[in-house]
Write a protein that binds this ligand. Structure first.
Ligand code: ATP
Length: 322
């Protein structure tokens, strides 16, 4: 392969820039040209291509977001959109692609390879950590640390005012962020999509905490843990057992910020390995890190297989909340 494309797609995640840098610099060291595709599949369809040399990715390893920008593209969901994208890639003489993104990005990549025989290798860039085939996705560690920092601050005010704080963190379908943040933040209750926790259980937990002499509590709720989110869950619990409660929805602050050392190391390893894998002739796989080793997983498996949350971590958090 003489020229490869690289793009970031779907939701942005801290560490995407570090992965991009690794792709570009590994390729340059191996005499492969790199073309950056702006705004994910949307930019691919529009032909928004920019050559990337090693100096073009200087001073970005520490930056959150993605310098290539990212987008969600409705047109790419249609065969015509993908045909136009394939035409643009051929025109720019791009022989293969590194796609940095989440499950939607990989679903699109699978179709692109099936329909237009374009070799694509995936790099898991999403704060949700919901991809099978890697212990951690790029951005997850930073998002957890950002949410944790917010919880530590809220805990100060929760303790001072004797209140119960419901903190909603990101995770519509997966509770990885909530689980780690809940354990590390000393939450009394953690509500996850994978382990339903209803208002009855929460009301009972708060009643027990009060009986034990606790005057404030932190309840961490993944956004997909309860229909309507943390606010609805809190109000339903208050109907069962009245208490002074407040809701904080952390929202997009979890997506921003400078990536942690762990995310930069992971992104650097996976970005370089992805470029190497693509150039050596592989396609349709996602690079991941499993028990410290680089691992390859078919893209279809990465998106279709459900990565289970670690039940023992949940149980531990429950014991330690006593
Ligand atoms: P995150 O998990 O952080 O949201 P993501 O990669 O899953 O990231 P999506 O918005 O789901 O983000 O997907 C990115 C883009 O991939 C979509 O805007 C769309 O263009 C394309 N895409 C998603 N699903 C498909 C699909 N089934 N077929 C073709 N293209 C798809």
């Amino acid at each position: 392969m003489k020229r490869i494309g690289v793009m970031t797609s779907g939701g942005d995640a801290p560490g995407m820039n570090a992965a991009l840098r690794a792709v570009v610099r590994w390729a340059a060291a191996n005499e492969v040209e790199v073309v950056g595709i702006r705004r994910g599949y949307a930019g691919m369809i529009e032909g928004e291509f920019v050559p990337l040399a090693p100096r073009d990715v200087a001073n970005i390893i520490q930056r959150g977001g993605t310098i290539l920008r990212t987008a969600r593209s409705k047109a790419f969901l249609e065969p015509e959109g993908r045909a136009e994208a394939a035409r643009r890639l051929a025109e720019a003489k791009i022989d293969g692609l590194v796609a940095i993104g989440g499950d939607g990005t990989f679903r699109g990549a699978i179709k692109m390879t099936q329909e237009h025989r374009i070799p694509i290798v995936g790099v898991p860039g999403t704060i949700d950590n919901d991809l099978y085939g890697t212990d951690f996705t790029i951005g997850f560690d930073t998002a957890v640390n950002t949410a944790l920092d917010a919880i530590d601050r809220i805990r100060d005010t929760a303790a001072s005012h004797e209140r119960v704080f419901f903190i909603e963190v990101m995770g519509r379908h997966a509770g990885f962020i909530a689980l780690d943040v809940g354990l590390a933040g000393g939450a009394e209750v953690i509500a996850l999509p994978e382990i339903p926790t209803g208002p009855e259980e929460i009301a009972e937990q708060i009643r027990l905490s009060e009986a034990k002499g606790k005057h404030s509590s932190i309840i961490v709720v993944a956004e997909g843990a309860y229909p309507g989110g943390a606010d609805t869950l809190m109000k339903a619990a208050q109907q069962i057992h009245p208490f002074e409660g407040r809701v904080t929805v952390l929202g997009h602050i979890q997506r921003g910020g400078s990536p942690t050392a762990r995310d930069r190391v992971l992104a650097s390893r996976l970005g370089a390995a992805a470029a190497e894998t693509l150039v050596s002739g592989s396609s349709g796989v996602m690079l991941g890190e499993v028990e410290g080793e680089i691992a390859l997983t078919p893209l279809a498996e990465a998106v279709e297989r459900r990565k289970p949350i670690d039940r023992s971590v949940y149980d531990l958090a429950t014991v330690l909340a006593e």
